[in-house]
Design a protein around this ligand. Structure first.
Ligand code: SF4
Length: 472
C-alpha cells in the first residue's frame, strides 16, 4: 500500500483542505504516514499570508531534496496558497518537485498523484522519455493552478479519527474584500459559497459519526452567500445557515471563524441570543486601532464602530470571549497610530489576540506603499503589544479559577499524554486528569489554576468525591 505524508502550513482552512486531500488518497488505497522519510508521496499544503510561511515551506521542500536523491521514485508536491501564487516557477529551483496544485484544485490531487506515481515507476513512462524527469517535460510534472467553477463544493469529505470530538466544515472559498496587506484574494479567488443543504448534509454526517462540535470556516464567514442567496425575514444567508446547522440533533456546539466586522449585523448578534448551541466566542479581526491605518488597510470600519460592535456582542451573550488579529508596523504607522491600537487593546481586554508584524506580500497594494516601517520598530511594537494581550488573557483565565466550566474533551494533551485536553465554550484550553471515557464527552471541570493560556482543573465529579472523602 503506497504511503503519503501531508504537512499543512497556515490556517484552519488549509487544515480542512488537507483533510479533503487525505480523504481522497485514502479512498484510492493510500495509507497516511507521519514520516516523510518513509512516504511514497510527500505533499506540502502551503500558506502565503506571511513571507515566513512561504520560506518555511520552501525550506522544507529544499531539505526533502535529500530524500529525492535517495528515492527518486517519491512524488513531491506543493499544494494550496503558495502553489497558487507561484505556480510553475516553483519547479525551477526545486527540480525534485513533481506537482503544483492551486487552491481550486484540491479535488484533483489524487488523480495527479496516481499519474505521477505511475510515471515515476515506469508504468506510464513514454518510450522516448528520459530516465530522469526534466522540469520542462510536462509528462513528468503537473502544474494546475487554474480556476474551476464549483470548486467550493468539493471540500466536503474527511476521515474522522477514532472518537473525534470536533470538526471543521468549509462553507465558502475566496474573499472580495481586498485588504491592502492581504494576498488571500489572489490565492483563494473571489467569494464562492456552498449550498446550505450541502453544508447541512456534511454536518449531519459528522454528527452521526459522533462529532459534538462543528466550526464553520470561511475567509469572511459572516458574508457567506451574499452573492448567491437572498435574505429571508431580514436574515442574512449566514444566519440562515447557522439556524439550519443548529437544528441538527446531537450537535452540542457550533462555532464559526473568521468573521469580518463589516457584515456583523443585528441578525447575527441576535443569533447569539436565539441559538444556544452557538458558543460564547467570537474571533473578530481588528488589525489596527488607528482609523488612518484602517483606512490605508481598506478595512472599511473605524475603531469606534469596532468598539460599538464588541459592546453589542457582549450584551447579546453574557461571558462571551472576544479574540482578535492585529497587525503592527503597517506602512505609515506612526507612534501615535500604534498607541491608538495599544489603547484600544487595553480598553477591550481581549481574551486573546494574534499579533503579527506586517509582512509585505508580493503584488499587494501595501507592499509598495511609502513609509515602510523598519523591522526593529515592528519588533518593539509586537513585543509591547504581546505584553498587553498576555495580561488581558491571563486576567480572562483567572476569572475562571474556582469555577465549574463545561469542557468538550478532545483527547490526550499533546504535551503530556497523561492528561486530557478539552476546550471551554469560550475556546480556552483546559487540561485535566481523568479517564479515557471522558474523550468526546462534555465534562464539567473545576478550574484550579491558570498559566495564562491554559487552564488546569479536575472533573467536578472527581473533585466532589475527593472533598467528600476528606470530609469523611
Ligand atoms: S477580509 Fe481582508 S484580510 Fe481577510 S481574507 Fe479578505 S482580504 Fe484578506
Amino acid at each position: 500500500m503506497p504511503k503519503f505524508f501531508i504537512k499543512t502550513y497556515g490556517c484552519q482552512m488549509n487544515e480542512r483542505d488537507s483533510e479533503q486531500v487525505a480523504h481522497s488518497l485514502i479512498a484510492r488505497g493510500y495509507e497516511r504516514t507521519e514520516s516523510e522519510v518513509e512516504a511514497d508521496v510527500v505533499l506540502l499544503n502551503t500558506c502565503s499570508v506571511r513571507d515566513m510561511a512561504d520560506q518555511k515551506a520552501l525550506g522544507k521542500m529544499g531539505m526533502l531534496g535529500q530524500v529525492a536523491n535517495r528515492r527518486p521514485e517519491v512524488v513531491f508536491g506543493f499544494l494550496g496558497c503558495m502553489a497558487q501564487a507561484r505556480g510553475a516557477s516553483l519547479l525551477k529551483n526545486l527540480p525534485h518537485v513533481d506537482l503544483v496544485v492551486g487552491t481550486q484544485k484540491f479535488h484533483r490531487v489524487a488523480d495527479y498523484v496516481e499519474q505521477l506515481v505511475a510515471a515515476k515507476n515506469g508504468r506510464a513512462r513514454p518510450p522516448d522519455a528520459p530516465p530522469n524527469r526534466r522540469i520542462d517535460d510536462p509528462r513528468f510534472s503537473i502544474v494546475d493552478v487554474g480556476e474551476e467553477a464549483g470548486s467550493q463544493e468539493t471540500i466536503r469529505e474527511q476521515r474522522l479519527a477514532p472518537k473525534q470530538a470536533t470538526a471543521f466544515v468549509s462553507i465558502m472559498q475566496g474573499c472580495n474584500m481586498h485588504c491592502t496587506f492581504c494576498i488571500v484574494p489572489q490565492t483563494r479567488g473571489a467569494e464562492r459559497s456552498r449550498l446550505i443543504a450541502e453544508i447541512v448534509r456534511e454536518a449531519r454526517g459528522l454528527v452521526a459519526h459522533g462529532v459534538k462540535e462543528i466550526t464553520l470556516l470561511g475567509q469572511i464567514v459572516n458574508l457567506y452567500g451574499r452573492h448567491e442567496f437572498p435574505k429571508i425575514d431580514n436574515k442574512s444567508p449566514f444566519v440562515q445557515l447557522l439556524e439550519a446547522v443548529h437544528e441538527i440533533d446531537g450537535l452540542e456546539r457550533l462555532r464559526f471563524t473568521s468573521p469580518h466586522p463589516i457584515g456583523f449585523r443585528e441578525d447575527l448578534i441576535r443569533a447569539f441570543e436565539m441559538l444556544p448551541k452557538l458558543v460564547e466566542h467570537v474571533h473578530l479581526p481588528l488589525q489596527s486601532g488607528s482609523n488612518k491605518i484602517l483606512k490605508a488597510m481598506h478595512r472599511v470600519y473605524t475603531a469606534e464602530k469596532y468598539i460599538d460592535l464588541v459592546q453589542r456582542i457582549r450584551q447579546a451573550r453574557e461571558g462571551i470571549a472576544i479574540t482578535t488579529d492585529i497587525i503592527v508596523g503597517f506602512p505609515g504607522e506612526t507612534e501615535n497610530d500604534y498607541k491608538q491600537t495599544r489603547d484600544l487593546v487595553e480598553r477591550i481586554q481581549f481574551d486573546n489576540a494574534f499579533v503579527f508584524r506586517y509582512s509585505p506580500r508580493r503584488d499587494t497594494p501595501a507592499a509598495s506603499m511609502p513609509n515602510q516601517i523598519p523591522e526593529h520598530v515592528k519588533e518593539e511594537r509586537n513585543h509591547d503589544l504581546l505584553n498587553v494581550v498576555n495580561e488581558s488573557a491571563r486576567r480572562a483565565g483567572e476569572r475562571l479559577v474556582g469555577r465549574d466550566v463545561e469542557v468538550l474533551c478532545e483527547g490526550s494533551s499533546k504535551t503530556n499524554p497523561a492528561r486530557l485536553m478539552g476546550r471551554t465554550r469560550t475556546n480556552k484550553i483546559v487540561l485535566f486528569e481523568g479517564a479515557d471515557e471522558f474523550v468526546r464527552e462534555l465534562v464539567d471541570v473545576r478550574i484550579e489554576r491558570t498559566t495564562g493560556f491554559s487552564l488546569y482543573g479536575t472533573p467536578v465529579i472527581q473533585a466532589d468525591a475527593e472533598t467528600a472523602t476528606i470530609a469523611a
